[in-house]
Design a protein around this ligand. Structure first.
Ligand SMILES: [Mn+2]
Length: 315
């Protein structure tokens, strides 16, 4: 007489709450085995894929990001999640909403399509955490979140400031300038961490350069972020190229001299008092990845975000 085998395919047959019994190597993939659903009733947080990479300036491939991040997230089993020490899904009802719908033959209509769908998702109480996609996806996400919450503080982990002129086009290197221009984010309450490229303007946003991480230290960076953001509703956008290419090779515009995943995660862990109202992790381009290094880092960023939300809910 043996025990019944563990159930599988929590993504399809599982409950809304609680960890998943799926083996790390099997079962239907969703983000951390959350149930695939479009029912927002009693849902606290929605994970959503946006497989769009038509605004990149260098290497394409981020359209495969959401699938890779979901696959990598299978390494998190149903145990209490490190470093939170509890199962975030016992506190927080999280669903995987699947992927955004858009016509890839009409990239000029992409922003409106995403802003409308994101707006529907967040019109109630549920939060949205999106899996990119190139960094242009953050532009319509900021638009939807600003419409819901008012002017936002942007907390951006990135090697790039993304403040280049886009001349009305779609560019993953220009969405921040556009979001400032259109009033979605308050630059004086916004901060970019890990910058190590030039840009024509800073738009008044605070910057922690890549080379400053060592001198400021993790605690110093956490302090700067908290000080800049204050009590404003904050949106987290985590471009995986904030990490050094040693820790995130699978991305479209890698830049040497970035943060280690340990540093970035320790900083994120210290942001529990920031009033995050939504976020994303972007620019994971699996064709340049090795052994899922980049996708694992991105899925861990998403886990930390949900962990912070769950922790806030428990307090
Ligand atoms: Mn970047």
């Amino acid at each position: 007489m043996t025990d019944a085998p563990r159930p599988t395919d929590n993504a399809v047959f599982g409950q809304l709450m609680g960890g998943s019994p799926d083996a790390t190597f099997g079962g239907v993939l969703s983000f951390m085995r959350r149930r695939y659903s479009r029912d927002l009733a009693n849902v606290d947080a929605v994970v959503w894929g946006i497989p769009f990479d038509q605004s990149v300036s260098n290497r394409p491939g981020a359209r495969f990001g959401p699938a890779a991040i979901r696959r990598a997230s299978a390494i998190f089993d149903g145990d209490p999640q490190y470093p939170f020490g509890f199962d975030p899904f016992a506190t927080l009802a999280v669903i995987d909403y699947g992927d955004a719908a858009f016509d890839y033959t009409q990239p000029q209509g992409f922003a409106d399509a995403i802003a409308a769908q994101a707006g529907e998702i967040i019109k109630g109480e549920a939060q949205l955490f999106s899996l990119g996609g190139d960094h242009f996806v953050t532009y319509p996400l900021l638009k939807a979140h600003a419409a819901r919450h008012g002017r936002l503080a942007l907390v951006q982990f990135d090697a790039h400031q993304d403040t280049w002129p886009d001349h009305g086009g779609i560019s993953h290197g220009g969405f921040v300038a556009r979001a400032v221009r259109e009033g979605f984010i308050d630059p004086a309450s916004s901060i970019q961490v890990g910058i190590r490229t030039v840009a024509p303007e800073d738009c008044g946003i605070h910057i922690v350069h890549g080379h400053e991480i060592d001198t400021l230290g993790v605690a110093g960076v956490i302090g700067r972020i908290r000080e800049v953001v204050g009590d404003l509703p904050a949106y987290l956008t985590f471009d995986i190229d904030c990490l050094d290419p040693a820790f995130a090779p699978g991305t479209g515009t890698p830049v040497a001299g970035g943060l280690s995943s340990r540093e970035a995660l320790a900083i994120l862990r210290g942001l529990g008092t920031v009033d995050f109202i939504g976020g994303d992790v972007v620019e994971v381009a699996p064709p340049y990845d090795h052994a899922d290094i980049t996708a694992i880092a991105a899925s861990t960023v998403a886990l930390y975000y949900l962990g912070l939300l769950a922790e806030r809910r428990r307090d």
